[in-house]
Design a protein around this ligand. Structure first.
Ligand code: HEC
Length: 183
């Protein structure tokens, strides 16, 4: 592959290979490629999505009670919107410390597929989802959640596991590798 020319403002030549495009065109093409790639990562089709679309038995009564707790306790004030998070920056450890203090501000993570992405938090300090939920209650809401509350919220979070290319999203360690180069 030819070495790309440096991206300078004086690059105005428009013919030939992509690397000889003007700088702004190459920049736009890169943005376009990233946006297209990110759109391909949206994983819908979770049981929770199906329930929202009206399939009443897509989630169990315990999972539903977990969703109601998620709303009534106030988790939803930060983990909100179509991705159940991902659209706000917040301090972590508002009431009690949560893992390492830096960085102070974090993007509230989306909780889609959260059951497949242990360990949790910016420093990986919570090994399991029940532990992460318990610590969130203490750190962000000053609430000590009961074991049944934690179990119900975890059950709800499990309904947020979506599908990608027709398959249920799985933890990275159980995803088959494509070939030797990726092992
Ligand atoms: C004030 C805002 C706020 C509230 C309220 C809140 N969270 Fe969070 N949540 C965050 C932030 C910020 C992080 C990232 C923390 C980190 O990475 O250290 C996070 C992380 C998490 C994670 C780990 C996600 C991951 O991929 O690492 C889970 C699970 C979670 N929250 C669940 C909950 C639950 C359940 C509640 C309600 C009991 C709740 N959160 C309430 C802001 C909040």
């Amino acid at each position: 592959m030819p070495t790309p020319k440096p991206c300078s403002n004086s690059a105005t030549h428009t013919g030939g290979s992509p690397t000889s495009l003007p700088c702004w065109m190459r920049f736009a093409a890169v943005l376009d490629a990233i946006a297209t790639f990110e759109r391909s990562l949206v994983t819908t089709g979770s049981r929770f999505d199906r329930w929202l679309l009206g399939e009443a038995d897509a989630i169990t009564p315990e999972e539903l009670s977990g969703y109601q707790l998620f709303k009534s306790l106030g988790c939803v004030s930060c983990h909100q919107g179509v991705n159940v998070g991902g659209n706000l920056f917040q301090r972590h450890g508002i009431f009690h410390p949560l893992g390492s203090p830096e960085p102070v501000l974090l993007r509230v993570p989306s909780l889609r597929n959260v059951a497949t992405t242990a360990p949790y938090f910016h420093d990986g300090s919570a090994p399991t989802l029940p532990e992460a939920v318990k610590l969130m209650g203490i750190a962000q809401l000053d609430r000590v959640l009961t074991e049944p509350q934690i179990a119900a919220i975890v059950a709800f979070l499990n309904t947020l596991t979506g599908t990608y290319r027709g398959q249920l999203v799985r933890p990275a360690s159980t995803t088959p590798r494509l070939g030797p180069a990726l092992r």
